[in-house]
Design a protein around this ligand. Structure first.
Ligand SMILES: Nc1ncnc2c1ncn2[C@@H]1O[C@H](COP(=O)(O)OP(=O)(O)OP(=O)(O)O)[C@@H](O)[C@H]1O
Ligand SMILES: [Mg+2]
Length: 782
């Protein structure tokens, strides 16, 4: 080797990195870690100057500072793909092999190893013999890949795509499991045919090794099978011992067998169960499969397969029970009794599925419980709120680890009968996701044609749901998926008036909360004015759930006092309420708000049973702009604009200068709150609030209004009259202004509410003005 001196590394030189035990073939991308100072210098310079590097294998991998003579003279020219320093300081090169080279003299004095070089080209490729060998290489490699379970499947594809025989040999050589020295030999073989032969030789070798190890694997598997046979024999022995009566443990698998018989499953199901039991006997107790199978069989045997005791419909008794549990709700109870009567007369017939719809806390769930009690049936419920995966209804296949039946079968098992009253709660909160639509599974549940063979994925055998009495509940019927809605008969529970709540509290809630707090009638009481105060100032709801909670809070206080020994009995009156519960949570808001001109009380429909809202109008110096705030929806904005145009048209009835409008901006605001603010039904309230502002007259504090308004000043009908009316009552409103064309909805409003409220029916905007203002402040007609 002729060494010469060189200080800088010129372009005709190759910077060399000595490697200890990797050979990288042209075409391969590979990773090497570098640590030696001179290698790092070479790598850094290569990156900085975008130069290629030469890799040369050391003769002795243990040598730390190899010199020229310690390296093989044939190596690979590589380009640097990436040069990274890991967190722990080690440096790594990712390189792509490009060409073979042979050193032609190292230079002295350079900061790293550097050498002149000659590129070595492949020779002797292209003839038929080479092609035949190349094909052979491909075949052998494919065979090997088949024997390697973890080999990447893409490798076969990549292999098939290689056309150049030399490149093929290099590619396969890179993956061969041979020593670096042997790879080096392959690298040094420039003749393609020779290289292919060498690769083939190595492949054959590797194939043989693999085949042998496979055989060994198969042998050891045989051994395992043998062990299983032994286990089976032992099991048989156990059975024989059992038959002979000389085993004491009485294997619990036999108990499952007995349970299968006892469960009275349909023929096909029992057969399936026995098949799985047989399988179970063959699986060692310790394996997870054993416990999975065991759980499955428990599910099968614990479900009720045989007909449960039929419901005993006694209409008079049912009536008594419904009355016992619930105050009022006359129409609804009557409908339920009709329903039960039909079931009694025609037990085989299809009765419709009832769906109770109404705001929270109006008694939907508790009516369901009552029905079960009246019929002497079990009661179960499954909440559908937030369910967005079909598997939650129908279960996961048993192949999943930790799989379970869906909520339908789970509830049925919980019921312990196959004809419970089954409440499907929150049908309006059903989601839908990527994993199958849960509502389609529910359709099957509710369809009398299909539900006698309901298929739960986990059970894998059909289950008969046809005897189950399903009842749905929802807060808003519109949110229940259409096809489900069509299957059910909707029964609406709109909510209670103040008086009804008082009755419910006195007749039911007091007693229930006394019991819940371990108190007797003699120990604690809440008088009527205190209850009214609770209803009025501490709750604002259509139902009675919060009322019941507040009553509970009062009784807890009483329990404390008695437990402390400071009192023997506690009677709670109106003035005690604020002392115990703190100041009122709700005020007669309407009175406060409408104490200035420009504010009108509107009525809104909400899913929880209607509410009041306030429309505020004010004027600020400006240029005749209209400002709308309060996160109004588009329809509501437009209806505001219409109302204001209508008001402007009446300017000559008002005591203001002609150019007042041009010098002021009108600002209409609907304060925030949990009320969704869209739709046209606030038109009348907007018109009245603007007229109130412009005429500087206050709106009466005890009225509330709803209605769409047209540009011509006609009042158009709106929806949700019943809920809105009840909300008005709750808020202490005395008079409601409703569109005349909603008169037909009056019959839906409960008697008691009708008796308490005054209704004014509006044909035109003028009618609203006539009714809205304080008596002495009515706008003078022009
Ligand atoms: N008319 C009534 N008579 C007696 N108690 C009633 C009446 N209405 C409701 N309740 C009681 O009010 C409480 C709340 O009722 P329930 O849980 O049935 O409400 P829900 O309509 O199912 O509400 P949600 O939509 O939130 O599920 C229960 O304790 C129930 O017994
Ligand atoms: Mg409920």
């Amino acid at each position: 080797m002729n060494n010469e001196s060189q200080n800088s590394i010129t372009d005709d030189l190759l910077m060399i990195i000595p490697v200890r035990n990797v050979v990288i073939f042209p075409g391969a991308v590979s990773h090497i870690s570098i640590g030696r100072e001179m290698s790092v210098v070479a790598a850094e310079q290569a990156v900085a100057e975008e130069r290629r590097l030469g890799l040369l294998l050391q003769h002795d991998p243990a040598m730390d500072e190899p010199r020229a003579e310690d390296l093989h003279s044939v190596g690979t020219i590589v380009s640097v793909v990436r040069f990274v320093t890991a967190k722990n300081g080690t440096k790594h090169l990712i390189v792509q092999g490009e060409q073979r080279f042979r050193t032609a003299g190292f230079v002295q004095g350079a900061p790293c190893l550097a050498a002149r070089f000659d590129v070595i080209a492949d020779s002797g490729s292209g003839d038929a013999e080479v092609r035949a060998r190349a094909n052979l290489v491909k075949e052998r490699t494919a065979e090997i890949i088949n024997l390697l379970p973890e080999a990447p499947a893409e490798f076969n594809v990549a292999l098939a795509a290689v056309e150049n025989a030399g490149a093929l040999a290099d590619m396969v050589a890179g993956f061969l499991e041979v020593s670096p020295a042997e790879k080096q030999k392959l690298l040094e073989t420039a003749d393609v045919r020779e290289r292919l032969d060498a690769v083939l030789g190595a492949l054959d070798e590797q194939l043989k090794v693999l085949q042998i190890s496979h055989e060994i694997g198969a042998k050891s598997k045989e051994k395992i099978d043998e062990r299983q046979r032994e286990y089976l024999l032992r099991e048989q022995l156990k059975t024989i011992q059992h038959e002979l009566g000389d085993d004491e443990a009485g294997s619990d698998l036999d108990e499952i067998d007995a349970a299968i018989t006892a469960a009275g499953m349909p023929e096909a199901v029992a057969r399936e169960a026995r098949k799985e039991l047989k399988r179970l006997r063959g699986i060692p107790d310790s394996s997870t499969e054993h416990s999975m199978l065991r759980t499955y069989l428990d599910w099968l045997t614990e479900l009720t397969w045989q007909a449960s005791e039929a419901e005993a419909v006694d209409i008079a008794k049912a009536r008594a029970i419904l009355d016992e549990d619930h105050y009022g709700l006359e129409k609804i109870k009557r409908r339920i009794l009709e329903y039960l009567a039909v079931r009694k007369l025609n037990p085989q017939g299809r009765s419709p599925i009832l769906c109770f719809v109404g705001p929270p806390g109006v008694g939907k769930t508790s009516l369901g419980r009552s029905i079960a009690r009246a019929l002497g049936l079990e009661f179960v419920r499954a909440s559908l709120g937030g369910v967005h995966d079909e598997a939650e209804i129908r279960g996961h296949r048993r192949t999943y680890v930790g799989s379970m039946p869906g909520s339908i079968i789970q509830s049925i098992r919980q019921a312990g009968t196959n004809n419970p009253v089954f409440m499907l709660d929150e049908m309006d909160k059903l989601g839908s996701g990527f994993h199958g639509d849960p509502s389609s599974a529910l359709l099957e549940v509710l369809d009398p044609e299909q539900n006698s063979t309901f298929a739960d994925n986990y059970l894998g055998v059909p289950f008969d749901l046809s005897k189950v009495l399903f009842i749905g509940t929802a807060n808003v019927i519109d949110n229940v998926p259409g096809p489900l809605r069509d299957r059910m008969e909707v029964i609406e529970l709109p909510g209670y008036t103040q008086d009804e709540k008082l009755e419910i509290a006195e007749r039911y809630l007091l007693e229930r909360q006394l019991a819940a707090n371990g108190l007797s009638n003699a120990q604690a009481s809440i008088d009527r004015p205190a209850l009214v105060e609770l209803i009025d100032g501490y709750t604002r709801e259509a139902g009675v759930r919060n009322l019941e909670r507040e009553i509970g809070a009062l009784f807890r206080h009483a329990t404390m006092r008695i437990a402390e020994g400071s009192d023997r009995s506690v009677a709670i009156g109106k003035t005690d309420v604020s002392e115990i519960l703190g100041p009122r949570k709700f005020d007669r808001e309407a009175q406060m708000r409408t104490s200035v001109a420009g504010v009108a009380t509107g009525l809104a429909w909400t899913p929880v049973g209607g509410d009041i809202l306030f429309v505020e109008a004010t004027a600020v110096p400006g240029q005749g702009q209209l400002i709308l705030t309060g996160q109004l929806g588009d329809v509501m904005k437009e209806s505001a604009q219409a109302a204001i145009s209508l008001a402007k048209g009446r300017l000559d009835q008002l005591p203001m200068e002609r150019d007042w409008l041009a010098q002021n901006d009108l600002h209409v605001h609907v304060p925030a709150g949990a009320i969704p603010k869209d739709g046209p039904s606030a038109g009348v309230a907007m018109f009245v609030s603007v007229m109130s502002l412009l005429s500087n007259r206050k709106v009466r504090s005890d009225i509330a209004m709803t209605g769409e308004i047209s540009l011509r000043g006609l009042v158009l009908p709106v929806g949700g009259i019943k809920e809105k009316t009840l909300a008005a009552l709750r808020a202490g409103i005395k008079t409601v202004l409703l569109p005349a064309r909603n008169r037909k909805d009056l019959q839906d409003i409960p008697e008691s509410a009708r008796a308490e409220l005054k209704f004014i029916w509006l044909e035109t905007a003028e009618d609203a003005l006539a009714a809205a203002f304080e008596p002495d402040e009515t706008v003078k007609a022009a």
